[in-house]
Ligand binder design. Structure first.
Ligand code: 5GP
Length: 196
């Protein structure tokens, strides 16, 4: 029996800054075949150790705005004073080639994806508690105390939106969180496709 050609899924991993999206996603990528990680474009300054094209594509605000005007983003959002966006053409190409694509993005962008690509899988990664998130953001020391305060304020609001997503994973144990996300991806691959 022949099945329709599989188009890859868009797997959105969202949740507040500092919750550990990147760590969970990196481990999933190391353990699952047929999946690609979308590299976002941002106007944020490069942190020490970050690399162009690996962590982000770093652009000026003017360059980013030009890309918005050219309709190059699948979604984009302003977060803590910087712009972040997902390159549309690249994601489209991967899913058309049958690869799943993970987007690791904040909540406003995730909600845009939910509207535009209703078949995407929306996963909300939650911290075990607000205090745990605070500790994590302070501990990673990638931002100034002022910027951390902005991110925590934002997180309060983001946490109230988690009911809008398909799945919630609480990141209190990294191994379990990674395993849960891998199971969600595998379950999605078992979905019966409608003929196209
Ligand atoms: P950071 O500055 O810590 O790297 O990222 C700040 C927030 O922006 C994080 O929640 C991160 O997941 C999110 N983010 C990264 N790339 C994108 C993107 O392309 N679109 C949106 N909407 N958010 C993004």
């Amino acid at each position: 029996m022949s099945s329709p050609k599989r188009i890859g899924s868009i797997i959105v991993v969202t949740g507040p800054s500092g919750v550990g999206k990147n760590t969970v996603v990196e481990q999933v990528l190391d353990n699952v075949d047929g999946i690609a990680h979308s590299i976002s474009i941002t106007t944020r300054d490069k942190r020490p150790g970050e690399q162009e094209g690996k962590d982000y594509f770093f652009r000026t605000r003017a360059e980013f705005e030009k890309l918005i005007a050219q309709n190059e983003f699948l979604e984009w959002a302003e977060f803590a004073g910087c712009l972040y966006g997902t390159p549309k053409a690249w994601v489209k190409e991967q899913i058309e080639n049958g690869l799943d694509v993970i987007l690791e993005i904040e909540v406003q962008g995730a909600m845009q994806i939910a509207k535009q690509c209703p078949e995407s899988v929306l996963v909300f990664l939650s911290p075990p508690s607000f205090d745990a998130l605070k500790e994590r953001l302070n501990g990673r020391a990638t931002e100034t105390p002022e910027k951390i305060a902005v991110r925590l304020e934002k997180a309060k609001n983001e946490l109230t939106q988690r009911h809008l997503f398909n799945f919630e994973i609480i990141n209190d144990n990294l191994e379990v969180a990674v395993s849960n996300l891998i199971h969600i991806i595998h379950a999605e691959r078992c979905r019966i496709l409608k003929a196209q």
